[in-house]
Design a protein around this ligand. Structure first.
Ligand code: 5AD
Ligand code: SF4
Length: 463
């Protein structure tokens, strides 16, 4: 299916003259596939804006594309494996239609530029996360018959002036990047190497973009950064930024991710308490419940500190949902360390969690100095135990809502049935309920919760 650029730009509120120019300049169709974190999805929208400016239209079918981009993730080995498999498919497309240009964007570009250009014959272009502005020049270079690469990391680039083109948007929810990179150097993590040093984006440009989104009908925006608590733009800290964005309109829901337990201040919690439209959901990755492992990971906190942060959240924001990330089987993790993780989970009873087994990433401190010595079967078994426990906790947390009435922002049809709407609560819980003709996507509606699974709440509209 071809996506009409004109229509898209109309949705984006791009001025008429610019739309016309897009049409006249049409250079063919671009296809972009995105993997990994929300930051990558936000980056894809920046790349789409750069391409639209150049006169490209967009397609959702790689078979019809003139330019194929794949925005990649390096966080775990299986994330990279998926990309290598997709490149095989793109190679076949290129065999049939040799003029097609294939570009690799994002974290893998940064990490594997040589391998991508030398071993993967179909790749024409490799572009790191801070080099997207150079894409038009790189495309030109490829048209002159050269392979093109730019993986330079920057200390300043935030793409603050580029209005993202929200290609696959539902018109209600949007990501908004507030900072890039990470300075933390957790020993297992490749992000500081692929995305570079931390830098914060000018708050005025953030507020302006959020304001425009609200005017275009968006009602739920997520502020993105690897560690939002260290946001700092000329002395403006994260709590102030949150307040500035919350002030735009009470009907604009504001979320953020990801928080860091060592940096999350009470200031942020009090600001969340002050504004109803700051969503009561905190994603606070713990990674492990063992102090010995946390020290090896260089996370900068102990389990006691983490539990004390949870207590602060619960006392300042009693109805706040808490999600986490957990890694099973990090270097030297013993059964006792693993039990400590399960014990911490029991104490917190997270609403939800993203759970992984440890995957060694070349170049990280752990890869260089520590031994990846927990056997794969053990990592997998521990991960299964963590997942099983989390499912119980998610169910327990979701059941707490049965019988209560919650405000839901309608995001679209339910995946299972066109007769039902799906939306989310402030706490980020998905709620499914029968449609009613007086409500549409983007509306807030009061829903009484009738039943719950570990993943979804079901309810009915309260008139
Ligand atoms: N192996 C497994 N999980 C990892 N994460 C980051 N690096 C690794 C790795 N090498 C997880 C962490 C982080 C989330 C984004 O991905 O839990 O919070
Ligand atoms: Fe990676 Fe740690 Fe930075 Fe998160 S805070 S991106 S886990 S280095």
């Amino acid at each position: 299916m071809l996506v009409n650029t004109k229509k898209l730009l109309q949705c984006q509120g791009v001025p008429y003259e610019q739309k016309e120019r897009q049409n006249h300049q049409s250079k063919g169709f671009a296809y972009i596939e995105t993997y990994g974190c929300q930051m990558n999805f936000a980056d894809t929208e920046v790349v789409a804006a750069i391409l639209a400016q150049e006169g490209y239209g967009f397609t959702q079918n790689p078979q019809e594309a003139d330019v194929i981009f794949i925005n990649t993730c390096s966080i775990r080995e299986n994330a990279e494996q998926k990309i290598w498999n997709r490149l095989k498919v793109f190679r076949q497309i290129k065999q049939k239609r040799p003029h097609v240009l294939v570009g690799v964007l994002g974290c893998m570009a940064e990490r594997l530029k040589k391998q991508l250009l030398e071993e993967e014959q179909c790749v024409d272009m490799v572009v790191g996360p801070d080099a997207y502005r150079s894409i038009p020049k790189l495309i030109e270079q490829v048209h002159f018959g050269e392979k093109a690469v730019n993986v330079l990391l920057s200390r300043e680039e935030t793409y603050a002036d580029i209005a993202p083109l929200r290609l696959h948007s539902n018109g209600v929810t949007a990501f908004l990047s507030i900072m890039r990179g990470c300075n933390n150097m957790c020993t297992f993590c490749v992000v500081p190497f692929t995305r570079g040093r931390e830098r914060s984006r000018d708050p005025d440009t953030i507020v302006r973009e959020a304001q425009q989104l609200f005017e275009q009908g968006y009602r739920d925006i997520t502020l993105l950064g690897q560690n939002v608590d260290s946001y700092n733009y000329k002395g403006v800290r994260f709590a102030q930024l949150l307040a500035m964005v919350a002030e735009i309109h009470p009907k604009l829901r504001v979320r953020f991710t990801t928080s860091h337990p060592k940096d999350m201040t009470d200031d942020v919690l009090y600001t969340m308490a002050r504004y109803e439209n700051l969503c009561k959901y905190i994603h606070l990755p713990v990674q492990s419940g063992s102090n010995r492992i946390l020290a090896l990971m260089r996370r900068g906190y102990t389990r006691e500190w983490y539990l004390q942060r949870i207590e602060r959240i619960r006392s300042i924001l009693p109805d706040c949902a808490i999600a986490t990330d957990i890694i099973a089987g990090f270097c030297s993790e013993t059964e006792e360390d693993h039990q400590q993780t399960l014990d911490l989970m029991e104490r917190v009873r997270f609403n939800s969690a993203f759970m992984f087994y440890y995957s060694e990433r070349p170049g990280t401190y752990a890869a260089r100095k520590l031994k990846d010595d927990v056997p794969l079967e053990v990592k997998k078994r521990r991960l299964q135990e963590i997942i099983r426990l989390q499912q119980q906790h998610s169910l327990y947390r979701n059941r707490e809502w049965i019988g209560k009435t919650v405000e839901v922002l309608i995001e679209g049809d339910s995946k299972r049935s066109k007769e039902d709407f799906s939306g989310r609560t402030s706490q980020n819980m998905v709620v499914v309920f029968p449609k009613h003709s007086s409500y549409k996507v983007g509306d807030y509606v009061q829903v009484r919760i009738i039943s719950a699974t570990s993943a979804t709440l079901k309810g009915e509209i309260v008139s």
